[in-house]
Design a protein around this ligand. Structure first.
Ligand code: HEC
Length: 113
C-alpha cells in the first residue's frame, strides 16, 4: 500500500479497508488465472499435434489431455528437455514456438508442485 493511502487512513479508517480491498481485488487474480489457462492450452496444442498423434497409435503410451497433462509434467520435462527422447524418431519435430510453449507451461507447473 502507498504511504499516502496510509496517511488518509489515519483520518478515515474506512479508506484503509477500501484500499486493501482494491489492492487484493479478485480481478488481478482472474487475469492471472486466464493467462495460465492460456499457456496451458497452447502447451496442450503442441502435445496434441506432436505427441498424441503418435502415442495414440502405440500401446503403452499415454494420451495427453488438458486434464491429465499437469500430472505428466515431470515425465514430459524429462523426456523432451533432459533425455531429449521425445518426440521420438526423426519425422516429428517440435517447432521453436512449440518448444517454448511447453517450456513456459512446464516452468509454471513444475514450480507449483
Ligand atoms: C513417433 C512416435 C512418438 C512421438 C511423436 C512421441 N512419442 Fe512419446 N513415446 C513413444 C513411444 C513408442 C513410447 C514408449 C517408450 C519408448 O518406446 O521409448 C513413448 C513414451 C513416452 C513417455 C513415457 C516415457 C517412459 O518410457 O517413461 C513420455 C513421457 C512421452 N513419450 C512423451 C512424449 C512427448 C511429450 C511427446 C511430444 C513432444 C512425445 N512423447 C512424442 C512414441 C512417440
Amino acid at each position: 500500500m502507498k504511504y499516502s493511502a496510509l496517511l488518509v487512513s489515519l483520518v478515515c479508517p474506512w479508506f484503509l479497508y477500501f484500499s486493501l480491498v482494491i489492492e487484493h481485488r479478485p480481478k488481478n487474480r482472474l487475469v492471472e488465472i486466464t493467462i495460465q489457462e492460456d499457456l496451458k492450452e497452447r502447451a496442450f496444442s503442441a502435445l496434441r499435434d506432436k505427441c498424441n498423434v503418435c502415442h495414440a497409435a502405440k500401446k503403452k503410451t499415454d494420451i495427453f489431455t488438458l486434464i491429465n497433462m499437469d500430472s505428466f509434467a515431470p515425465d514430459i520435462h524429462k523426456q523432451v528437455f533432459v533425455k531429449r527422447k521425445m518426440p521420438k524418431g526423426r519425422k516429428i519435430k517440435l517447432t521453436d514456438d512449440e518448444r517454448n510453449q511447453l517450456q513456459v507451461w512446464l516452468d509454471e507447473t513444475l514450480i507449483e508442485k
